[in-house]
Design a protein around this ligand. Structure first.
Ligand code: FE
Ligand code: CA
Length: 507
């Protein structure tokens, strides 16, 4: 350990640690904001990362290559008059000077405020909360979920509007950042911002990219408003990767295992999660239990899946139906189905990445499905759908598709008269795809081919879910544009899922 001389300042009740004579004082290292995550009834994970020069090419954010002390405190009030916990952690260069503090021994169902200090600087204040006490059914929950925020495609206004909706919990379902270099993977109406650095391959690249994203004030506001529970999709590593396999076999990536390790490491460093990776393996599937009202089963549909059938894409494909194909991997699938069987929750909510319901892109008898989505892993989907019979209410939350969708999950997809066994809510992207439109011209045809789809909208945005004992209300929130800052938000569609009766009812 690097020896340091510490002096302790007191400001606003917080012990500010600083370094003594001989080491230069840093400029403000809290440029990446603060975050909290994965609350339980008695704990929450607090996060920050020091980076006085966020865009530094080496990924180290302008930090020296030595550990730096970071003080933190958690209080009942925003002014930190009633501090309930405080401590000091090391921000270490080998973890990108990130700090993960797992604060335990807290009161259930309570709001808290937290902040950090280092080298005489104080971070912004974040708001977080613990989940209700085990067994609690009647405390309502306002949650929001988001996905797909390609920096170049637009301003993160939707994150700002999400923060203004003041949810109790935020789920992020992947594509938190994108791997491309500037000028590649351009939005239909052009890119509006640039990213630093090359396509992300090395740890330095991923760290630099996260730092650029996290410098965004709108994203910081969304993190500071509530605890998040995050899972990745493909772009945190590489477009459409699948387990050990990268997306474009025709363009070899001999170092893909190393790239996965770098991506996993950087993801941990930059997210409010408890578990660090072992090599490339990052255990992300886990649960957030909101009393007896809701259990969130957070899935990882990238790391354990079989390679896409028929070479990926949207096309007719019989291989997608092979019974041995797995999206979740055996271990995660067993964990999920066990979790359904053991659940006494009012709402069992699956937080996951890719489109769950069957979706046919071709008119007439020919069937063209997205082989990267659950349609490419149809037998595994059947097993999950069968598992829904063990729970009272199943709701599937989805990212990836860059538009808002509301779907009745059918017992048999090709029989519109069959039972609706769950409800799928796909949230739009924060920016990916650019400004969008209220509809695609093709929409009526598509909907006719897929009668279980009840709602579609192509604005950027997020979803707010108001979860209660009798119902789960869904508001699809959309912003008018992302190509310049400052758009307002409006509700594009509102639906109610009634307790004991799967499916969408327009309100
Ligand atoms: Fe995406
Ligand atoms: Ca068809």
């Amino acid at each position: 350990m690097t020896p340091v001389t510490r002096r302790t300042l007191l400001a606003g009740g917080l012990a500010l640690t600083a370094f003594g004579a001989g080491s230069a004082r840093l400029v403000d290292p809290f440029t990446l904001g603060v975050a909290s995550g994965d609350p339980t009834h008695d704990s929450v994970l607090l996060w920050t990362r020091l980076a006085p020069v966020p865009l530094a090419e080496n990924g180290l954010g302008g930090m020296p290559s030595r550990p730096v002390e970071v003080a933190w405190e958690l209080a009942h009030d925003e002014r930190f008059r009633r501090v309930v916990r405080r401590g000091v952690e090391w921000a270490r260069p080998e973890l990108g000077h990130s700090v993960h503090v797992d604060v335990g021994g807290l009161e259930a169902g309570r709001e808290y405020f937290y902040r950090f200090a280092a080298d005489g600087h104080l971070s912004r204040t974040g708001r977080t909360r613990t989940t209700p006490a085990p067994g609690t059914l009647t405390t309502p929950l306002t949650m929001a979920f988001a996905s797909c925020a390609q920096y170049e495609h637009g301003y993160f206004t939707a994150y700002r509007r999400l923060a203004e909706d003041e949810p109790d919990l935020v789920l992020h379902l992947g594509d938190y950042q994108y791997e491309y270099e500037s000028g590649v993977h351009v939005a239909p109406n052009g890119n509006v911002r640039g990213v630093e650095g090359p396509r992300t391959v090395t740890l330095a690249n991923y760290r630099q990219r996260y730092a650029q994203y996290k410098s965004d004030a709108d994203l910081q506001a969304a993190h500071a408003v509530a605890p998040w529970s995050v899972v990745w999709d493909d772009h945190e590593v590489d477009d459409n990767w699948a387990g050990e396999v990268h997306s474009k076999p025709e363009k070899p990536q001999p170092d893909f295992p190393a790239r996965r390790r770098a991506a996993s490491q950087a993801y941990y460093e930059n997210m409010p999660i408890r578990t660090a990776p072992r090599g490339a393996d990052l255990r992300l599937y886990r649960r957030v239990v909101w009393g007896r009202l809701a259990t969130f089963h957070m899935l990882d549909t990238r790391q354990y899946r079989d390679d896409q059938a028929c070479g990926d894409g949207i096309k007719p494909c019989d291989e997608r139906l092979d019974v041995g194909r797995s999206m979740l991997g055996a271990e995660q699938e067993a964990w999920l189905l066990d979790g359904f069987r053991g659940s006494s929750a009012r709402w069992d909510v699956v937080g996951q990445q890719v489109f769950f319901s069957q979706y046919d892109h071709a008119s007439g008898p020919v069937r063209e499905t997205n082989l990267d989505a659950w349609d490419g892993y149809a037998a595994d989907r059947d097993r999950v759908v069968a598992g829904f019979s063990a729970v009272r209410n199943a709701v599937v939350l989805t990212g990836d598709v860059h538009a808002s969708w509301g779907v009745d999950v059918k017992e048999r997809w090709d029989d519109p008269g069959s039972r609706t066994v769950a409800t799928e809510i796909a949230g739009s992207s924060i920016t990916s795809g650019g400004d969008g439109s209220e509809d695609y011209p093709e929409t009526p045809e598509w909907l006719a081919e897929n009668p279980h789809v009840k709602f579609f909208n192509n604005r950027r945005g997020y979803v707010v879910g108001r979860v209660g004992v009798d119902g789960f209300r869904v508001d699809f929130r959309g912003v008018g544009f992302v190509s310049s800052p400052g758009a307002g938000v409006s509700t594009k569609g509102s639906f109610l899922i009634e307790d004991g009766r799967a499916g969408l009812n327009r309100v």
